[in-house]
Design a protein around this ligand. Structure first.
Ligand code: AMP
Ligand code: MG
Length: 494
């Protein structure tokens, strides 16, 4: 057994959020669980955070990861926030099943939150039990770690533990806790919470905190708050473009699930496209398609408008001036998104320098994919081979219900590609993943884990750790679902 004193300095916590005014959060410890067991520890991430993986996986470490022990230096808190859920404003949400243990500074010099998700009831739990089921915990683990491996800003997963307790959902399920790592847990909803109370001083303090923590250069700008708003808008525009470029659907883009730092946060009923379908919705609760794949840019803009509203008193002395500043800032979203998305789409078809006609060429491919139920990930991956002069091993054309539709596009594309310098197939392989967490693979892994078999989860995780590499022996993880494997709906399972 390790000495308690050794465990005591496992985390070098420095808790800036807990030094903010008391009304921004509630202080409380996690609720202990019966029989914690480590399911997965992210050793690479632990090392990046300067944490000792061996000690984290010891019984004392697992006690911390399950909320049974509060490590020294931790000041556990549940954060207060509000949010628009499916367009409806809820003035008080908050961490109903999460506890921020504290912050550590990683080897990269960046400050990170260490949060337990599923750690028991808090003053923000409303009617919830404060707990998480194993399936959604592993789902968040898989998808967040894939996003990181894809190079897309995201919260991370440091560990998953089972609790030895059951949670009641539609059925009785094993309980689990995720240790989530984030650049911060500041959300648009955090600003909304304070604004809803008419707490202008609080909004200013949270804005100052966001600047200091995420956008320190804004402090020197002529209007630091305008500059903060610009930065958040820019990060969201870039983030949503990155989502679309890998076929990701967040599924619950509520303002409380929109991070100020620009990370993807809160993986609930998220999913990746199989066939390319702009109006695709997987989430069982998104009955009107508000958060459909192709709607995500519009929703991000809507969410950012809600942020701008909370910041009006900070932007200018008069409301009229403030509104015009906010509108000007928000008007930058669409062109920023469009530029990031189109540049990315052109790179996916091997075009590094966008010339006139390239955007139409790329959009034409998407239109043909949609009309022919072509698989999103596989079409772009196979295009990498189609870009070389050798006969492709596996053709993209067979992914189209009418292969001739692809042939016509390919002829135009190959002509344009001839004028491109550099190794197009190799560059394309760095932006077109072979592997994404396909719904049927995720479901298969979670179903097995729920019965105690973690092997499919671990295999999936290890394949997805290198999404851009061909992995001999694991090709089938790149395959689209067969008709009987198609998953049409995903559930947030909270
Ligand atoms: P989410 O859908 O995970 O973004 O959560 C939305 C809100 O519901 C947040 O305030 C959560 O803390 C809260 N919530 C979700 N699940 C639970 C639960 N099992 N117990 C308590 N609160 C929850
Ligand atoms: Mg949330």
């Amino acid at each position: 057994m390790k000495e308690p004193s050794e465990i005591d300095n496992l985390f070098a916590f420095d808790n800036s959020y807990a030094r903010l005014p008391a009304r921004f959060f509630a202080r409380l410890a996690p609720t202990p669980v019966r029989a914690p067991k480590l399911v997965q520890l992210n050793e690479a991430l632990a090392s990046d955070l300067g944490l000792d993986a061996q000690r984290l996986s010891s019984p004392e470490g697992v006690a911390i990861l399950s909320g049974n022990a509060v490590p020294s230096g931790s000041e556990p808190i549940a954060l207060a926030y509000a949010g628009h859920q499916f367009g409806q404003f809820v003035p008080q949400l908050g961490d109903g099943r999460a506890i921020l243990l504290g912050e550590v500074v990683g080897r990269d010099g960046v400050r990170y939150d260490i949060q337990l998700k599923g750690s028991g009831r808090t003053p923000f739990s409303r009617s919830g039990d404060g707990r998480a089921a194993l399936g959604p915990v592993l789902r968040e683990y898989i998808v967040s770690e894939t996003m990181a491996a894809l190079g897309i800003p995201t919260t991370r997963s440091l560990a998953a533990v089972t609790t030895g307790e059951s949670v009641m959902r539609e059925t009785v399920l094993p309980g689990a806790i995720l240790t989530r790592v984030a650049a911060s847990h500041l959300r648009i909803g955090t600003f909304q919470y304070l604004a809803a109370w008419g707490d202008q001083d609080g909004v200013r303090q949270i804005a100052d905190y966001a600047i200091a923590r995420h956008y320190p250069a804004c402090a020197a700008a002529p209007n630091p708050y305008r500059s903060l708003l610009d930065m958040v808008i820019e990060r969201q525009a870039s983030l949503v473009a990155r989502w679309l470029l890998v076929g990701f659907i967040h599924g619950v883009m509520n303002t409380d699930n929109t991070s100020i730092s620009g990370e993807t946060i809160d993986y609930g009923p998220c999913a990746f496209l199989d066939t390319y379908e702009p109006a695709k919705v997987f989430s069982s609760i998104d009955v009107r398609g508000r958060y459909a794949y192709g709607n995500q840019p519009r929703i991000a803009h809507w969410n950012l408008s809600r942020l701008a509203e909370t910041m009006l008193p900070l932007l200018a002395g008069s409301e009229e001036d403030a509104v015009s500043i906010a509108q000007e800032a928000l008007a930058a979203f669409a062109p920023k998104f469009e530029a990031a998305y189109m540049a990315g789409l052109c790179r996916k078809i091997g075009l590094q320098q966008v010339r006139s006609g390239d955007e139409d060429l790329a959009k034409d491919l998407l239109a043909r994919m949609a009309a022919n139920q072509a698989d999103f990930t596989l079409t772009f991956r196979r295009l990498c081979d189609e870009a070389s002069d050798r006969e492709p091993q596996q053709s993209a054309r067979s992914l189209f219900s009418d292969p001739a539709s692809f042939d016509a596009w390919k002829a135009r594309w190959r002509q344009r590609l001839a004028g491109e310098e550099g190794d197009a197939p190799a560059l394309m392989r760095t932006v077109n993943p072979a592997f994404v967490p396909r719904n049927h693979r995720v479901e298969e892994a979670l179903a097995a884990a729920t019965t105690g078999d973690f092997a499919p989860f671990r295999t999936l995780l290890s394949v997805l750790a290198h999404p851009y590499d061909d992995q001999p022996g694991f090709e089938h993880y790149a395959d689209p679902p067969t008709p009987d494997q198609v998953v049409e709906q995903t559930f947030c399972g909270t």
